[in-house]
Design a protein. Structure first.
Length: 273
């Protein structure tokens, strides 16, 4: 009779049967344990895995919604690109902007020829110029069309002579002052060559035909009869005479405000002390 040793799988009498330990029942590896089959980190650093194209990786991670409207997406990029190209072309081919100086308004300056009236205010015609009134002047003597003429305040003898058609062929131009200012109701007389009439320098005002005006005795009204002397200048002459006494000479008029060398020369032969 042959006796066989008891099998390990056979349960001993009185001992419950137990199944072999399954892999799931084995205890887990402690934290930080590296399995024998895990790759070596140094090996991975020395031999990194090959890099895949970005498009392939993006397709793996992109949301499902991206690309669902691929037809619209393909149109948006070309449209924006074309718009950018057109904007750049317009920027380079657009006409240059006008300089600031070209956009500024330019004040119109009227041209003035010889004989045209001027409108510059003077001391003698300040009151008349402020009112914007016309001056009525009588032009007589050696002019082509003697008569009454209306001119603007600030006009000179040359202007009223031009309004009267200009000087006649026998006018004695050396005896008149073309630069003298005229006043309202003034008479401008142009002497002829060889004429014995009293010289009228720059014209004569009302009452001046009776003789020269006495500078130290004339009233403001009488002084206004002189050519180029208005209410303002006449009042300044009277005030200077009352403040400083009688004038010692005709040249003393240079001390009066509003009288310069040109006006003094136009008055010299019309005044006496």
């Amino acid at each position: 009779m042959v006796l066989h040793p008891p099998s390990r799988d056979a349960a001993a009498p009185g001992v419950p049967h137990r199944d072999p330990v399954s892999p799931a029942d084995e205890p887990a590896a402690p934290f930080g344990h590296i399995a024998e089959s895990a790759p070596d980190p140094l090996t991975v650093l020395r031999n990194p895995p090959p890099r895949r194209p970005f498009g392939e990786r993006f397709r793996e991670i992109r949301p499902p919604s991206i690309g669902a409207t691929s037809g619209v997406g393909r149109l948006i990029i070309p449209v924006f690109g074309a718009a950018a190209v057109l904007a750049m072309l317009w920027w380079f081919v657009r006409p240059p902007a006008a300089p600031v100086e070209a956009r500024l308004p330019i004040a119109a300056v009227p041209e003035r020829t010889v004989g045209d009236p001027i409108t510059l205010p003077t001391a003698g015609s300040a009151a008349e110029g402020e009112l914007g009134l016309e001056l009525t002047v009588h032009v007589a003597g050696a002019v082509r069309s003697p008569g009454l003429y209306r001119v603007v305040p600030g006009s000179r003898v040359d202007d009223v002579i031009a309004a009267a058609g200009g000087l006649g062929p026998d006018a004695d131009i050396d005896r008149i002052n073309l630069a003298a200012l005229v006043t309202d109701a003034e008479r401008v007389y142009v002497p002829r060559i060889g004429e014995t009439a009293p010289a009228v320098v720059g014209g004569a005002g009302p009452g001046s035909d009776s003789g020269p005006v006495r500078l130290n005795q004339a009233t403001a009204t009488e002084l206004e009869s002189l050519p180029g002397v208005g209410p303002v200048t006449a009042g300044a002459i009277v005030a200077h005479r009352e403040r400083h006494g009688p004038f010692a000479s005709i040249d003393g008029l240079l001390d009066v405000q509003g009288i310069g060398e040109a006006k003094l020369e136009s008055l010299r032969e019309l005044l006496v002390l």
